[in-house]
Design a protein around this ligand. Structure first.
Ligand code: DX5
Ligand code: ZN
Length: 217
């Protein structure tokens, strides 16, 4: 995968999700933020809604689980047909077992790191996952500003993947816009989540195309 754009439906109109998913039909994925009001101080949606989203979405679903006990809950999202399921390193108990289970169920497995979580303790996981999500804001809310201090971690993550020879994607999530996407790409990210930057526009397809062009450099 070269560059992928994954708009976050957190900034979409939740009463019109099917239409909102069709607004981003040019994207590579639709990013779905699952929050449980424990791992993060916000509550969004869960499995029954994701099951329906998978059925109506024109693009594959990229699930970001901001929940406690992903070991218990994550496999059901893969069973529901999500293309990608990402759990947080800070919440998971048995990351290798969970990543293997997600892959066995046919999903790509991702591990996410909060802005202050270093990547180094998780480098041994690279062979078990398809994606590392480097959070570029504190998870919980859309519309926050990009934390520049996460750029070195994106760089270190990309360098470790290059050294490993594995094909692992690096996703960034939070504050990604036309102003920040190039810096994240230059640091080594190749999958870009953008919520407010895409959904705040009447021309979501245009925003997706702009982000893709800027990310490709
Ligand atoms: C935040 C979520 C993000 C959020 C990004 O915790 O994980 O996916 O939707 O929103 P923006 O792009 O507005 O920062
Ligand atoms: Zn997210």
């Amino acid at each position: 995968m070269d560059v992928a754009i994954s708009p976050s439906i957190l900034s979409a109109d939740f009463t019109n999700l099917e239409a909102e998913l069709h607004r981003i039909a040019d994207a590579d994925f639709a990013h779905v933020d699952v929050m449980d009001n424990h791992f993060v101080p916000n509550l969004t949606l869960g499995l029954p809604v994701v099951e329906r989203i998978v059925r109506v979405s024109p693009v594959p679903i990229d699930v970001h689980l901001m929940i406690e006990d992903p070991d218990r809950w994550a496999p059901a999202y893969a069973e529901a047909g999500a293309a990608s399921v990402t759990f947080h390193a800070e919440a998971v108990r048995a990351p290798v077992r969970l990543a293997r289970e997600l892959r066995r169920l046919g999903a790509r497995a991702g591990v996410a790191l909060r802005p202050a979580t270093p990547v180094e303790p998780y480098l041994d996981l690279l062979a078990e996952v398809d994606m590392v999500l480097v959070m570029t804001v504190e998870p919980g809310f859309g519309g926050q500003s990009f934390i520049e201090g996460t750029l070195p971690k994106i760089r270190r993550t990309r360098a470790a993947i290059a050294e490993s020879g594995l094909d692992v994607w690096v996703q960034v999530d939070g504050g990604i816009s036309a102003e920040t996407v190039e810096r994240a790409a230059e640091a080594g990210a190749n999958v870009f989540v953008a919520g407010s930057a895409v959904y705040s526009s009447d021309d979501a397809a245009g925003r997706i195309a702009d982000l893709r062009r800027l990310a490709q450099g």
